[in-house]
Design a protein around this ligand. Sequence first.
Ligand code: GLU
Ligand code: ZN
Length: 298
Amino acid sequence: MAFIPPDSRKPIFRFAPSPNGRLHLGHALSALANESLAERMGGRLLLRIEDIDLTRSRPEFVAGIVADLDWLGIPFEPDIRRQSEHFNDYAAALGALQERGLVYPCFCSRQDIRAEVAQREVETGRPWPVDPDGAPPYPGHCRTLEPDEATRRITAGEPHVLRLDMAKALAITGNELSYTVFDGEGGIRIVSARPERWGDVVLARKDVPTSYHLAVVVDDALQDVTHVVRGHDLEAATDIHVVLQHLLGLPTPLYHFHRLVLDEDGRKLAKSRLSESLAELRAKGARPADIRRQLGFA
Ligand code: GLU
Ligand code: ZN
């Protein structure tokens, strides 16, 4: 029997905020849900800073995240992974997909996409679908560009994104993709993924050589994450992550989606009392125990 060091069997959880601002109660709930499930399951707890967006990420927000989590008393392991230091890992994954002809450059602006969608609606007499985020799946103009033209436009410096050819991807992975949701009390359920509803998602942005979807999948694998705990707002995107995991030969972790903190009107946190940052709440005298109690983690 192979020797398995005892630690390697521990489940690994991660909290992965983007340093675009200070943490608010929604982040606290996510961090506390990770803490509580990791504790219950004897797991390790990692912190990952999702700072691929170099224009929005700021070092003081990273420091703020660490300070806020310390204040809340959440015991993250000291080794913090910062995505901005690992663009080469995402480039390698992207390269592997490109080599298999699964990626194409797209030069369309939002306006171009809107116009193409409108044209398709006229042609078919039917409304164009919307993806789970409420945006139209990419209608496909650049999927069929001649390679010469694409190369010429890239060489000329025309801004472009890189998209996954979802139909080609699903022809490889098959349509029967699924993932497992765990409830933290021993219960699991298998969920069918429906990535086709997203269409040709962006794998590298105009200004950034990767995307959230690609980076999160690569990092969850490189950090050996076994249990992903995140908000319901990212549930549908898991379909995309499962496709990428299959294409890249990476394991699919178990998933748990926690509730979101809603404001007084039942919307996701916006500018309201509840969207106050943890730092502001703290300055007003809130204690970690108050935050924990308020979020149901007393
Ligand atoms: N960075 C993402 C966010 O702050 C979360 C990523 C994830 O948990 O998969 O919304
Ligand atoms: Zn395009």
